[in-house]
Unconditional design. Structure first.
Length: 73
């Protein structure tokens, strides 16, 4: 990656990445709920993916709004 970008472009890229991660989190949440009754292992796998995207969302949120989000756990 050799392109130099200004702060506005960097923020736009982070916001696009955040929206993508949010969509994936919603997709895997729905998939986990679908599989819960019929495929427990598939539901667990979907939950792990959902949790991964949630972590990405928290990191991107912290980049955009430092200190605004309390750590979980």
């Amino acid at each position: 990656m050799t392109d130099v970008v200004d702060s506005d472009e960097l923020l736009r890229r982070i916001q696009r990445a955040r929206e993508c991660a949010a969509q994936e989190e919603r997709t895997w949440r729905a998939r986990s709920e679908e599989l819960d009754a019929t495929d427990p292992q598939g539901a667990r796998d979907a939950t792990v993916r959902r949790m991964s995207y949630e972590a990405v969302l928290r990191v991107l949120d912290e980049i955009v709004s430092p200190g605004r989000h309390a750590p979980e756990g």
